[in-house]
Write a protein that binds this ligand. Structure first.
Ligand SMILES: *[C@@H]1O[C@H](CO)[C@@H](O)[C@H](O)[C@H]1NC(C)=O
Ligand SMILES: *[C@@H]1O[C@H](CO)[C@@H](O)[C@H](O)[C@H]1NC(C)=O
Ligand SMILES: *[C@@H]1O[C@H](CO)[C@@H](O)[C@H](O)[C@H]1NC(C)=O
Ligand SMILES: *[C@@H]1O[C@H](CO)[C@@H](O)[C@H](O)[C@H]1NC(C)=O
Ligand SMILES: *[C@@H]1O[C@H](CO)[C@@H](O)[C@H](O)[C@H]1NC(C)=O
Ligand SMILES: *[C@@H]1O[C@H](CO)[C@@H](O)[C@H](O)[C@H]1NC(C)=O
Ligand SMILES: *[C@@H]1O[C@H](CO)[C@@H](O)[C@H](O)[C@H]1NC(C)=O
Ligand SMILES: *[C@@H]1O[C@H](CO)[C@@H](O)[C@H](O)[C@H]1NC(C)=O
Ligand SMILES: *[C@@H]1O[C@H](CO)[C@@H](O)[C@H](O)[C@H]1NC(C)=O
Ligand SMILES: *[C@@H]1O[C@H](CO)[C@@H](O)[C@H](O)[C@H]1NC(C)=O
Ligand SMILES: [Cu+2]
Length: 596
């Protein structure tokens, strides 16, 4: 009996792991910004422990669910080549991990770079369930470092080997399920108003003065506020009344909102992350990762340009910038040259959302002659490149521009010149301001509990999800065209599981064509099929003044049931997700014993 149990365990594909991690999830009191609430810890830590792998390793990640609710863990950006059952999406690749259950994820770290793992059940990212994944590149792989500093290539490689994650997030004093319940009760997307921003799990509630709130109020929202005779709230938020006018909904009931959600700001002491920069290393590498629930950030380090050398875990021709825009789920790997006076410099993070003025500062601390890292103080004495609203303070501040990013090496990878199949999505709110849809139909969370999960079903027979599933054939090229159909939508950071895709075009106005080929024939200036950005997140342009669109092309190479969704947690929870059944003609057979 024991013998057969042991041998059947070993029949599971790739039972031999190169790297094994156990992640125990618990629900306990924590106060990352100085305010105590219930939250998720991983092995007692927040954020969770670093998972460090070598390119080519088989990883084994054992998740022990000590939470009082179901969960799953998704490795964001990991391809899951030939392991679609380890993708961590409830109802698609597995059944939820129930309280006191364990689930083991085994996957190959087939490409180097910066990734992260996070809960993929409802809004649990907003409860703190995430941690970084670092995959060290194989020896001998081509790197673009000579374009940064030819004389320092060895130092840059050494800095890359020591890379430090900088996980940036937003944080609320309500749990994700309380936030959802409030949205339902108020008929309003109250998740837009957060309490603090965190860097590596540290921050504080920092209430701005009325003068600052007035000074930094975005000119785009000023007229709306003026018309309502209102101003940004003490928390820096657009008042709920104004949001309710911008996103009218039959079920709006603002009396259901406690004043702490939009209005009252109560400062906390909190704490500040200090990144120690030893001058003697000459260069430092940071993996900047957004695990945000809602906000898009501007990120900058005072007086230090950032050399962006990889985006979403993929090398690019390095770009030297002063600041970058960081959307939910994105990763930027940057080098910082340690060539300035030893003292504390500010790492400035500001939300770019129109719905809230909020920022935070972490410390980039040089050692001094006595190796005492900024002399033990966290006082910052440096000149910012961006202000509290995330705008450049002078005209010469350079922001990372995705349109300029080119893969390295440049000849690889390349999109096919034409697609075999085109899907057109019409992104809208559906019925209420907190309900969203990828294409008219909001995601049905009953799918989370589908038994068996989609991957275990005949893909041709999956009908339960109605308008929410798409099918593709293996080894074909697919165009995804996202049409932001209504005015006033924020950028949507769309994430495709398993694949990276090429962002081949974008524009303003309605997408009135049937295919990219037609559109590109008429508007070649809106497309780049030669050296397009290659990413696993695709941010649609905001539709501030009218409709916009974004076109993405990807190759189906890994059959399985994968999610396509907005990475804003309240949009995903509100239904902005669909399922792509990739490669239905080569549907995989799941190793025996994998299903939970
Ligand atoms: C999980 O196990 C612990 C310890 O055995 C027990 O106290 C708790 O009730 C269990 N929780 C659930 C949801 O079964
Ligand atoms: C606008 O609001 C202020 C302060 O709340 C109030 O004093 C003023 O009367 C209001 N003006 C109008 C036109 O309602
Ligand atoms: C609005 O919310 C309040 C507070 O929760 C509740 O008492 C009231 O019944 C709600 N009104 C409607 C119309 O649902
Ligand atoms: C470092 O701190 C010590 C004690 O607080 C102080 O005497 C000294 O002047 C500081 N050095 C620098 C370089 O600021
Ligand atoms: C910020 O940059 C833009 C574009 O370069 C420029 O037009 C603007 O004047 C800059 N803002 C400030 C305050 O210098
Ligand atoms: C989106 O909805 C429209 C209208 O129902 C439909 O024609 C189209 O095929 C849908 N697109 C996708 C990708 O499902
Ligand atoms: C938790 O997962 C189990 C197993 O899939 C499912 O039966 C149950 O309904 C789930 N609970 C919730 C609240 O979704
Ligand atoms: C699919 O969308 C169409 C058009 O919006 C709608 O009539 C139909 O009810 C939807 N089907 C499902 C299963 O949601
Ligand atoms: C986009 O299409 C909608 C619906 O067909 C139409 O009402 C709107 O005027 C169009 N907008 C533009 C900018 O063409
Ligand atoms: C799917 O297509 C890719 C790309 O051609 C190929 O590498 C892979 O082996 C195929 N998968 C299956 C299961 O046939
Ligand atoms: Cu969205």
């Amino acid at each position: 009996m024991l013998l057969s149990l042991v041998s059947s365990l070993f029949l599971v594909a790739h039972a031999v792991a190169d790297s094994r991690y156990t992640l125990e999830l618990t629900w306990a009191k924590g106060s990352p910004d100085g305010f105590e609430r219930d939250m998720i810890f991983i092995n007692g830590q927040f954020p969770g422990p670093h998972i460090e792998l070598e390119e080519g390793d088989w990883a084994e990640i054992i998740v022990v669910n000590k939470l009082p609710f179901n969960t799953t863990i998704h490795a964001h950006g990991i391809h899951q080549t030939n392991t679609p059952w380890a993708d961590g999406v409830p109802g698609l690749s597995q059944r939820p991990i129930q309280p006191n259950d364990t689930f083991t994820y085994r996957w190959n770290a087939d490409t180097y770079g910066s990734y992260f793992y996070h809960a993929h059940t409802r809004g649990q990212i907003d409860d703190g369930c995430y941690g970084p994944i670092i995959i060290k590149p194989k020896a001998g792989i081509a790197k673009p470092f000579d374009k940064i500093a030819p004389e320092d290539v060895k130092l840059l490689e050494a800095a890359e080997a020591r890379v430090t994650p900088l996980i940036i997030s937003d944080w609320r004093h309500k749990t994700s399920s309380e936030t959802w319940d409030l949205e339902v009760a108020a008929g309003l997307e109250s998740a837009v108003c957060v309490d603090s921003l965190l860097v590596n799990g540290k921050g504080a509630v920092d209430c701005w003065s009325r003068e600052e709130l007035t000074k930094y109020t975005n000119p785009a929202v000023a007229p709306v506020l003026q018309q309502a005779n209102l101003s940004m709230t003490d928390k820096g938020c657009l008042p709920a009344e104004v949001l309710a006018t911008l996103f009218p909904s039959p079920d709006t009931n603002l009396t259901a909102l406690p004043s702490s959600v939009f209005d009252v700001c109560t400062p906390t002491q909190g704490s500040r992350e200090v990144i120690k920069a030893p001058c003697s290393d000459k260069w430092m590498a940071l993996d900047i990762i957004s695990s945000a629930g809602i906000a898009t950030f501007a990120v900058s380090i005072d007086e230090h340009p950032l050399w962006v050398y990889a985006v979403d875990g993929h090398y690019i021709e390095p770009l030297k910038v002063d600041a970058l825009t960081l959307a939910n789920g994105e990763r930027y790997s940057v080098f910082v040259q340690l060539d300035k006076t030893a003292k504390n410099y500010g790492i400035r993070i500001a939300s770019l959302a129109l719905a809230q003025l909020i920022d935070t500062t972490a410390v980039f601390s040089y050692d001094d002659a006595e190796q005492s890292y900024g002399n033990g103080s966290t006082t910052i004495e440096s000149e910012p490149s961006i202000n509290r609203a995330g705008d450049n303070v002078t005209a010469d501040v350079i922001f990372f521009d995705q349109a300029e990013m080119v893969s390295f090496p440049p000849q690889f990878p390349q999109p096919a010149p034409a697609a075999d199949q085109t899907f057109l999505f019409s992104l809208v709110t559906a019925g209420s301001s907190y309900r969203w849809a990828m294409n008219g139909t909001t995601y049905d969370h009953a799918i989370d509990n589908s038994n068996p999960p989609f991957l275990y079903q005949d893909p041709h027979a999956i009908t339960t999800a109605g308008n929410l599933t798409l099918t593709t054939k293996n080894n074909t090229w697919v165009d995804l065209v996202f049409h932001v159909a209504t005015t006033g939508q924020p950028p949507h950071p769309i994430h495709k599981h398993s694949n990276k895709g090429f962002i081949i075009g974008q524009g303003e106005g309605n997408f009135t064509w049937n295919s990219v080929a037609q559109a590109a024939a008429e508007k070649p200036e809106n497309f780049n099929l030669v050296s397009p950005p290659f990413r696993d997140g695709f941010v649609t342009p905001a539709s501030a003044t009218g409709p916009t669109w974004l076109a993405v092309r990807y190759q189906v190479v890994n059959p399985g049931a994968f999610m396509l969704h907005c990475h804003i947690q309240s949009h995903m929870d509100g239904g902005m997700s669909m399922v792509i059944l990739d490669g239905v003609d080569e549907w995989p057979e799941v190793p025996k014993g994998y299903m939970n």
